[in-house]
Design a protein around this ligand. Structure first.
Ligand code: CTP
Length: 400
């Protein structure tokens, strides 16, 4: 995927250096040529030998090292980069870059490069929030550097909060995007996936068999094609896709809220989630005890999230799914109209090799203008690819 691309991986000194090792493995696996530059402090956390062994190239550490400069000097390093990555970037290094200081090999090569630069800060929360740091951070953005925001979580220093380096997978996806811009670059895409759970009492819920595989495949594929993807996921047993902002929700009402907050800033919304149509009218505070032979459960209707978005939509491309067990195309055609969609993926969930939990899917695409397209039995990844091809076409279509 990255064959013929040269990446300079700059590593500065923080506990997150170990993640740069994993990132290097991903870059090498994708066949990139990688040259690693480490600061003196970075070498305190992981030895250059680790990076050298994995990159199959000498690691550069010293500006005034005759041997290193003779082999491949810092200007030549800066010149040959298709992408300059800094992982992790300390507050000190960011301060230097923002103020035009160059006093070691990494900061010097960085100043000399004309390649796009992706900086991945990682530090203690208080340092990250410090106004002097934030001033430098904003300066880098204003200067045209690409910054991958740190994430929130448990930090090595024992604090909790923003400052954690994102997963190597996520950094890798962002790097790929800069090296090979995908056809969905710049598109803000919101995907929902999985089932919702509607609580009945502290130990029980109502739900369905949705595994989330279809929605996750769409999120993964869209991120790989350069989209800025937010995945709103019900409870599933899948790991979060790299390069995607994933929001975990449980109930239909929580999904409604997450969608409402992000809808206006989205270009495309794909609703692959199997939202529960009803929820228990009363949630019991204590476990419901068995007594009578028959038990009657009163349910109330959940809002139709997709229909709500259909009413609210302005410029967005809205894609729904129709899970059917009979009258597939008729029912799907009704839903596309009722919910004001641009496209619907009609899914006969009882067909062999299709539907919930399966690795493959058998679907028909229906469009607002009446066009229909029947797809053969395909892997969910391939269905996702084809669906995104059609979304790309809808985005390209002139709006009236
Ligand atoms: N959907 C939704 N909110 C609901 C129910 C469904 O947003 N409360 C969305 C689903 O995410 C899917 C589409 O609507 O994209 C169709 O869902 P489906 O379950 O096939 O149909 P329903 O609209 O629920 O109608 P029915 O259950 O009667 O088939």
């Amino acid at each position: 995927m990255l064959q013929g691309k040269t990446v300079v991986l700059g590593v500065s000194g923080g506990i997150a250096v170990y993640k740069a090792v994993e990132l290097l493995r991903l870059l090498i696996k994708a066949q990139a040529e990688v040259h690693v530059v480490m600061t003196k402090n970075a070498c305190e956390f992981v030895t250059p030998l680790t990076f050298q062994t994995l990159s199959h190239n000498p690691v550069h550490t010293e500006l005034f090292d005759l041997y290193q400069e003779q082999e491949i000097g810092h200007i030549s390093l800066a010149d040959r980069a298709d992408l300059f990555l800094i992982v992790p970037a300390t507050a000190n290094l960011i301060g230097k870059i923002a103020n035009g200081l160059a006093d070691d090999l990494l900061s010097t090569s960085l100043m000399a490069t004309k390649a796009p630069v992706l900086i991945c800060p990682a530090m203690n929360t208080n340092m990250y929030e410090d106004q002097r740091y934030q001033r430098n951070h904003q300066q880098l953005l204003a200067d045209g550097f690409h910054l991958l925001e740190p994430i929130s979580g448990d930090l090595a220093c024992g604090w909790q909060g923003k400052g954690k380096l994102p997963d190597p997978q996520q950094i890798f996806a962002a790097a790929c995007n800069l090296l090979v811009p995908g056809d969905l670059s710049g598109v803000r895409l919101l995907v929902t996936a999985g089932p919702t759970r509607e609580e009945l009492d502290p130990v029980r819920y109502l739900s369905n068999y949705s595994s989330g595989k279809m929605g996750y495949a769409i999120a993964r594929s869209a991120a790989a094609r350069g989209a800025d993807v937010t995945l709103i996921s019900g409870p599933v047993a899948l790991s979060e896709p790299g390069g995607v902002t994933t929001l975990q929700v449980t109930s239909a009402l929580q999904m409604q809220q997450a969608l409402a907050e992000r809808f206006d800033s989205s270009d495309v919304v794909i609703k692959a989630a199997a939202v529960a149509d009803y929820r228990p009218l009363h949630k019991a505070q204590q476990k419901i005890k068995k007594s009578a032979e028959e038990f009657c459960l009163q349910l109330e209707k959940n809002p139709d999230l997709l229909a709500e978005l259909g009413k609210r939509k302005k410029k967005q491309i809205l894609v729904g799914f129709a899970a059917e067990t009979e009258n597939l195309l008729e029912n799907a055609a009704t839903k596309i109209k009722m919910k004001n969609l641009d496209m619907i993926v009609a899914n006969d969930v009882t067909a062999e090799g299709a539907g919930f939990g399966s690795e493959t899917n058998l679907v028909n695409f229906l469009f607002a203008d009446g066009r229909q397209e029947a797809l053969p039995l395909l892997s969910k990844a391939k269905v996702a690819e084809t669906l995104l091809d059609r979304v790309r076409e809808l985005l390209d279509k002139p709006k009236h």
